[in-house]
Structure formats: structure tokens, C-alpha cells
Design a protein around this ligand. Structure first.
Ligand SMILES: Nc1ncnc2c1ncn2[C@@H]1O[C@H](COP(=O)(O)OP(=O)(O)OP(=O)(O)O)[C@@H](O)[C@H]1O
Length: 849
């Protein structure tokens, strides 16, 4: 880190103002330079003393020829002792256009005591003068000015210097005289007390600086005081100026007393307030009111540039008028200012140009994501329509799928392919309608809603908004109904006049391309669902995951860890070990995390070898053993193999709440009792009813299945209780699709016959034993494949789903058995074992016609 040498300081040119030691000044600063200077200052934290020092150097005065208005006394100098106010248009900023040759030779070293952002994106800094400096040589001018300086510490008055002693006494008495005049003006006591304290306590040099800054003087006079590092000259000049001011005050008081009677109470208050501000400002206690004026001008300009819609413009003008009438210390001032700032930042008419090149878009989608064919196809159709019709009206796409399957990154890729800006709005946990629609401005701490904030952030009115986790948005409550607000956002017929309570003028969202994502469908309110076109993004098979890893995740992680593609090589079988042994998910998020851990370890190894100059011993290949030493022992065993076969246990296929498929073990056990069926595992009503149906069917066919000895025996089931449990008890389960698995589990329990754990099943069963089709087949089958299931028993009416949707490699590795009725299921589940003593009756097949 570099130290700031106190003899070399960054130079901040200031216009029309002079900073003197002991005084504070507010500067408006052009952003680009500030960032650079601030970086320089704050980075060099080693040298605390000089840490936040800058040199404030006034710009040379413009001669009256160059600017004839400059030396005309300001009209507000009537009796007041406000310093000659700079022309409002000339800001006391430092900007790139100032060259060293424009600057005065003397300045003041200052410490930055506060830094605030302004509306225009710049900064204002409050600086405190420390000591006079002379600029000896500019070290460089770009990107900001920096100069070698000489510091002039404040000299003490030597005891034997009679002349200086005398001057100091004279300064104090002139100061007291000025104070007496001010007391007559009835200024507030705290200000006067402070001034009194200075006069009594401050050294002559400091007092000269302070008093001079409170009297009316021209820029040139102020520069003269700045140059006067010699005490004698400084005190003498100050006495002159003070005496002149006292004289002016006396005259003005005379006029004032004549006029005062004619002033209304309001005018008088205004007049006194002006004076108070001037004093406070000079004492460094007050904001620079010109800054606020600049704020308003700046706001007006920005509102003009924002191209507001007529209705918004009317509101803006009305509020601007109110703002101008307000005093900045009023609490309401900030509220109105923030509101106008928000209005000016909404992209009313700014938009990006769409790149509607289907071929390019196809290429982009293909490069960013592996697989996901349906989604890509649908997106391209969407773009094609957009190209032909030039209108975004149409259903909102909703990507539905488990976490980590690339829904968010697909959204980003769509935005990229369209050449649009992308913004993600996370709706998970949004319970309050105001979060979508904003708070009314009467509310303390009111803010615009997520949609308006998103527009503000992207700065254009045609971005791609990804409404993430739309299924987690809250429903009606005491805080309103966020999903109803979303409905308005997503409705192409209404969203050109979306009403954000904070903005309070209609916003046009019709150019925004909304894409929603959801993990599950059940919790999406039906009206919202109705507006959206669902595109399912199913979980990946191991094969797909390995492709994704080789093509996307691994190169991404290698680059993220500062390595080059040849520095880490992971073969497919090692990747397979990572995904099977360390992750259990439908998507690839954890897989990516584990790959990142491997890359991190390789990065350390690589850097180490490089440091020791033994790069030749570094091996880019990652072996299975490396994986174990980096990631530890495998977290997940082969799920199915782990489960020993037992009577009463059957592997079912589920569609979990997270939207992914999964396998689940249904456990049934019996005990002596009274014929009670107990069900556990956080089950919904439908699944409970399926269990009842299963038990009834088994009881009805108990003789046929060899469970009871005669078809009339009824005691068997009355002497025992049956308990069925669905493990992972904390996760809610529902739906009819466990019907066949439940029946099989009960048959297995009572017949003591075993279903191999590598056989899984799904399907609804009627009381007559007919097997009905269920949903989510693709996800369930993919999950079964992930869990190394060999045989899957499915309703025969689901055959088309397997044939149409399931990836070929999965189909190759799994045996599918399609069942019309429960007898087919039992036959397949018990793998040809003889399960019935009597030939099963022919079950008639339901007609679908
Ligand atoms: N098919 C794919 N091709 C390339 N990368 C993918 C694919 N699917 C997922 N990824 C990568 O997986 C990571 C996780 O994806 P992303 O964050 O988009 O998941 P998500 O589905 O939005 O999850 P969530 O529902 O939790 O928000 C990203 O780095 C993404 O690039």
C-alpha cells in the first residue's frame, strides 16, 4: 500500500469560495474524480494522519472583462453580512476542466469529514480547513490533480513583538464591536455565544480567519486573506474588513429601522432566517443552501430528461412547486425530494433495442444451457411471434421445476439472446401487498414496490423481469393480497396502467417481458396460474448432469478459480462419483458446489507447486481417490441397495413438494389389536383414503391371496392393528398415486412375501383394483433412475408419458411394467412368485371413451 506523503496532496479546485483553516465548507464534487481521489485517500490507511487530507485550492478569479457580472454586489447584501454569494450557476465544484494553470497559488489543506451522495449521482463533501498551503509544483493533472505543497503551520505571536501584540488586541476589540452589532440584530443566542467564545479564546490568527469569513468581502479579498500566511498582514487586513463591515451594518441598521415597520411578520422572519443561515454556514454548521437550490435545479433537469408521461409530468411539476416552497429543514422536504428523485429515475421512455435474430437467439440458448429442449423451443417461438407481431401480449412463461435446474440462468440467457436488460425479483416470502405495489406516500418510510424498483434499477422500460419463486408469494392476509397485485402486473390487458401506490401515476409495464419460476404448482393461486403458460423443467438424469458439468459447470468453476482449462481435468466417471456420492438433487446446484470444492483444492495444489517451482509434479487429472480426500467420505450410499428387503416395505415413486420426483419407502407393520389402521408421515386426506382403499381391497381378497384360510373368515383382521408409515415424516405427502404401492405393501406384509427394493411403483387404485394413471411420470422415472431402481411398475395409461418424455438412456436401464389392474402390479412386484391361491377374477377395464 502506498502512503500519502503529506507534502504531496490531491488537489480539489474550488470556485468562488475560499476555505480557511478552522472553518468548514461544503463542496459539490464531480463523481468521477471523487471516486479516484477517495480511493487514493481511503486506501492509504497506513498513514492515519494524512489519511483524509486534500488540498482545497481556489480557482483564479475571472477578471471582470471575462465575466462582467461577477463583481456586482449581490442583492441580498442589504444589511446582511452574508458572504458575496457566488452566481448560482457557477458551482463550487471541482471538475475535469480545471487545469493547474487556472488555480491560485495558495490553498488550504483540509480533512474530509463527511461525504454524501447527491441526487445527480455526484457527491458533496464537508471539509474542514487545517492549515494554509502553497502549491509548489503539480505532480500530475490526470486523472486528478496532485501537487507538491508547502504547509504553513499557524505561527504563535512572539512575546517581544509589540506591533503584533497590539494588532491582536485591536482585532479582538473590533470583533467585540461586531458582536455587539449582531446582538442588536437579535440573532439567536447560541450563535452569539459561540462567536463570543471564539473572540475570547482563539489565537489572533485563527480569529482573523473566522471573523473574516463572516463579513461581506469579495472573492479577491478572501484570496488575499488566504495568501496571508504572515500574521501581520492577515490581522491588519482583517481589521480593515471588519471595520468596513461594522460601518455597513450601522448604515443598514439605520435603513432597516426605517423599513422594519413596513415589513410583514413573514418577511421579517424570512430576512432573519437568511441572516441566521449565513452565520451558521460560515461557522461550518449549516448546509449550503445553494446546494439545495442546486438540488432542485438538478431535479428539474433530470425530470425533464426522464421524458415523463403527461400525467406523471403534471404530478412532478406540482410536487416540484411544493418542494420549492418548502424549507429544506422541514421533514416533508426529504419526502417530496425522494419522491421526485424516484419519478425521475423511472425509465418512462428509455428502452433498449431488441435483437430479434432467431438464429442468434437459438445459438445463445444452446451455448448457455445443455438440454432443456422444450423450453428452448418455446422461447424461440415466443421470440418469433414477437418479431412478427411486435407485441408482448401473450401468456407469461412460467418455468416450473425443482431447485437448481437452471430456471434463473435460463431467464438470464433469454434476456441476453434478446439483447435486453435482466432483473430478478425474488418473490419468496413476499407477504405484504405493499412489497409489490409500494406503500402510499403518507406512510412513514414509504417505498416503491419491487416492480417499480426493478424498473428504476435497470433504467429501461423493456427489461426481462424474472419473477422468481412465484409459488411462494403470500395470499390474502391483513397485509393485503400480494398475488392479486401480481395479477395486475401480469395481465397484458391491464399492465400498461399499473398503479404503484408510491409512484401514484400509472406505469406502463406492457413492454416488460415477464418470466416466472416456480418449484411447485399447487400453491400458485389459480387466477395467477391461469395467466401463465407452464413449461416444466424436469430434473436431470445422471447422464445429463455429467454433460452439463463437462460443458458448463466445470469450465465455469475452473475460470472462477483462476485456473485455465488444462489445469483441471475431471473424467466422466469421476464426475459420476461426485454426483452420486455427494449430491442428492434433481438440479445441479450442489453438484456445482462440489465441483467448486474440487477446483479450489486443485487451485491450492497448483499455486503451491508453482511457488515451490515444482510445477512439473502437478497433475491436472482428478482421480476418484482425490475426490474422497477433497470431499471426504461419500455422503450418500446407493439409496436402494441400502434398504434391506423386508415384508411390508415397498418402494413408491413420489412427486415431492419441491417439484422434483423422488422415491419413497412405504413401511407397513402389524401388531395384535382390534383392526385399527394407523397412518403416519404427515399425510393428506387423499393419501389416507388411498390407504383405506388398499386395506379394504386386501381384506376383500384375503382368501384369494392366501392370507386367510377361508373366504368367510373375519377374525383375522379384527385381531390385529395395521400401521403404515411414510418415512421423511416431516415432509407433507398427498395425492392418490401411492394407491398401488400401499396395496402391494399390505399384501407383502400379510403374505410375508418380499418386493425387491429395486422395484418401484406408482399409480392410483380403485376399490375394484383398477389402476388409474397419475402425473409427473417423467420426473418420477428420472428420480427412480437416479436412485438406481431397475424395475418401475406404472399404470398402462401412462405408457405414452414414458415413451414420449423419458430420456432414451433411462429407458434402456429400467424395465417398465405397465399395469391395468392391481393383479398385474402384484405379479410384477413379487416377480412371478405365486401370490394367490385362487385364480384372480377378470377385472373389467374401464372404458376411456
Ligand atoms: N441445463 C443446464 N446447462 C448449463 N448449466 C445449467 C443447466 N441447468 C442448470 N445449470 C446451472 O446450474 C446452476 C443453478 O441454476 P439456477 O440458479 O438457474 O437454478 P434455478 O432452477 O433457478 O434454481 P432455484 O429454483 O433454486 O432458483 C447455474 O449455475 C446454472 O448455470
Amino acid at each position: 500500500m502506498t502512503n500519502i506523503n503529506p507534502n504531496v496532496l490531491p488537489i480539489v479546485p474550488i470556485r468562488n469560495k475560499v476555505l480557511l483553516p478552522g472553518l468548514a465548507l461544503r463542496l459539490q464534487i464531480n463523481r468521477k474524480d471523487t471516486v479516484l481521489i477517495m480511493q487514493k485517500i481511503y486506501k492509504s490507511s497506513d498513514n492515519k494522519e494524512s489519511k483524509s487530507l486534500i488540498g482545497c485550492v481556489p480557482v483564479k478569479p475571472i477578471t471582470s472583462k471575462e465575466n462582467p457580472d461577477e463583481n456586482i454586489p449581490s442583492p441580498d447584501s442589504f444589511g446582511s453580512f452574508k458572504s458575496a454569494s457566488p452566481k448560482k450557476t457557477i458551482e463550487q465544484t471541482f471538475d475535469q476542466s480545471n487545469r493547474s494553470s487556472d488555480l491560485h497559488n495558495y490553498g488550504c489543506a483540509a480533512r474530509i469529514i463527511r461525504l454524501d451522495r447527491t441526487v445527480g449521482g455526484g457527491f458533496t463533501a464537508v471539509v474542514e480547513g487545517i492549515s494554509r498551503i502553497r502549491v509548489d509544483r503539480y505532480v500530475f493533472e490526470r486523472p486528478y490533480l496532485e501537487a507538491e505543497i508547502t504547509i504553513f503551520p499557524e505561527p504563535a505571536i512572539p512575546h517581544d513583538d509589540q506591533e503584533l501584540q497590539g494588532l491582536a488586541v485591536s482585532l479582538k476589540s473590533t470583533g467585540r464591536e461586531l458582536l455587539a452589532m449582531l446582538q442588536e440584530l437579535k440573532l439567536p443566542t447560541p450563535v452569539l455565544t459561540q462567536l463570543q467564545k471564539f473572540i475570547d479564546g482563539a489565537s489572533a490568527g485563527a480569529l482573523a480567519d473566522l471573523l473574516i469569513s463572516t463579513v461581506e468581502s469579495s472573492y479577491e479579498e478572501k484570496l488575499k486573506i488566504l495568501d496571508a500566511h504572515d500574521l501581520k498582514t492577515r490581522i491588519a487586513t482583517s481589521i480593515d474588513l471588519l471595520t468596513r463591515q461594522i460601518h455597513i451594518l450601522k448604515i443598514s441598521q439605520k435603513i432597516h429601522s426605517n423599513v422594519e415597520g413596513k415589513l410583514s411578520k413573514k418577511q421579517k422572519e424570512f430576512y432573519l432566517r437568511q441572516q441566521l443561515n449565513a452565520i451558521k454556514e460560515e461557522l461550518g454548521e449549516h448546509y449550503d443552501s445553494s446546494t439545495d437550490d442546486d438540488d432542485v435545479t438538478d431535479l428539474t433537469k433530470r425530470l425533464q430528461e426522464a421524458g415523463l408521461k403527461p400525467e406523471a409530468d403534471r404530478t412532478a411539476q406540482r410536487e416540484l412547486k411544493r418542494l420549492k416552497r418548502m424549507h429544506p429543514t422541514q421533514a416533508e422536504y426529504q419526502v417530496v425530494r425522494t419522491y421526485l428523485e424516484t419519478l425521475s429515475e423511472i425509465p418512462w421512455s428509455k428502452s433498449t433495442t431488441d435483437v430479434l435474430d432467431i438464429d442468434k437467439a437459438r445459438h445463445q440458448l444452446e451455448t448457455d444451457h445443455y438440454g432443456l429442449t422444450t423450453v428452448k423451443k418455446r422461447v424461440l417461438e415466443y421470440l418469433a411471434v414477437l418479431k412478427l407481431k411486435d407485441d408482448m401480449k401473450g401468456p407469461i412463461l412460467c418455468l416450473l421445476g425443482p431447485p437448481g435446474v437452471g430456471k434463473t440462468s435460463l431467464g438470464k440467457s433469454i434476456a441476453n439472446s434478446l439483447g435486453r436488460k435482466f432483473h430478478r425479483i425474488s418473490l419468496g416470502g413476499v407477504k405484504d401487498e405493499a412489497e409489490i405495489r409500494g406503500h402510499r406516500r403518507t406512510y412513514i418510510g414509504a417505498m416503491p414496490g419491487l416492480i417499480s424498483q426493478g424498473l428504476r434499477r435497470v433504467g429501461v422500460n423493456n427489461p426481462v423481469f424474472l419473477l422468481d419463486e412465484i409459488d411462494k408469494v403470500g395470499h390474502i392476509s391483513s397485509h393485503g393480497n400480494p398475488s392479486a397485485a401480481l395479477l395486475e402486473v401480469l395481465d397484458p390487458e391491464q399492465n400498461n396502467t399499473f398503479n404503484d401506490h408510491y409512484i401514484n401515476v400509472p406505469l406502463d409495464l406492457s413492454k416488460v417481458l415477464f418470466i416466472a419460476t416456480a418449484n411447485q404448482i399447487d400453491t400458485i393461486p389459480p387466477p395467477l396460474l391461469d395467466r401463465m403458460e407452464l413449461i416444466t423443467v424436469p430434473g436431470y438424469t445422471f447422464d445429463e448432469k455429467i454433460h452439463i458439468a463437462q460443458r458448463h459447470l466445470l469450465p465455469k468453476q475452473i475460470a472462477a478459480h483462476g485456473l485455465s482449462p488444462n489445469d483441471v481435468k475431471i473424467s466422466n466417471h469421476v464426475l459420476l462419483k461426485i454426483t452420486t456420492g455427494y449430491t442428492r438433487e434433481a438440479g445441479v446446484r450442489n453438484f456445482e458446489r462440489e465441483i467448486a470444492s474440487v477446483c479450489r483444492a486443485k487451485a491450492v495444489e497448483y499455486a503451491d507447486a508453482k511457488d515451490k517451482e515444482r510445477i512439473h509434479i502437478y497433475h491436472p487429472e482428478v482421480t476418484e481417490d482425490d475426490v474422497e480426500s477433497i470431499l471426504g467420505v461419500e455422503k450418500f450410499d446407493n439409496e436402494v441397495a441400502e434398504c434391506a428387503s423386508k415384508p411390508g416395505v415397498v418402494t413408491g415413486l413420489s412427486w415431492t413438494a419441491s417439484g422434483s420426483g423422488g422415491i419413497l419407502f412405504i413401511e407397513a407393520t402389524q401388531m395384535p389389536g382390534k383392526g385399527i389402521l394407523q397412518l403416519t408421515g404427515k399425510l393428506g386426506d387423499v393419501i389416507k383414503e388411498s390407504a383405506q382403499i388398499a386395506l379394504s381391497w386386501v381384506r376383500a381378497h384375503s382368501f384369494q391371496l392366501g392370507i386367510t384360510n377361508s373366504s368367510t373368515e373375519s377374525t383375522f383382521f379384527f385381531q390385529r392393528d395395521v400401521h403404515v408409515h411414510f418415512p421423511a415424516g416431516a415432509i407433507g405427502k398427498d395425492g392418490p398415486s401411492a394407491g398401488v404401492a400401499l396395496t402391494t405393501a399390505l399384501v407383502s406384509l400379510f403374505t410375508r412375501k418380499i418386493v425387491p427394493p429395486t422395484t418401484a411403483m406408482t399409480g392410483e387404485m380403485t376399490l375394484r383394483g383398477i389402476v388409474l394413471p397419475v402425473g409427473g411420470i417423467k420426473e418420477k422415472v428420472i428420480a427412480a433412475h437416479r436412485a438406481r431402481i431397475r424395475k418401475v411398475i406404472l399404470p398402462s395409461r401412462n405408457r405414452k408419458d414414458v415413451e414420449g418424455d423419458v430420456p432414451a438412456n433411462v429407458k434402456e436401464e429400467i424395465i417398465f411394467v405397465y399395469a391395468n389392474n392391481i393383479y398385474d402390479v402384484l405379479q410384477a412386484a413379487f416377480e412371478g412368485e405365486k401370490i394367490w391361491v385362487e385364480t384372480p377374477p377378470i377385472v373389467e377395464v374401464e372404458s376411456h371413451l
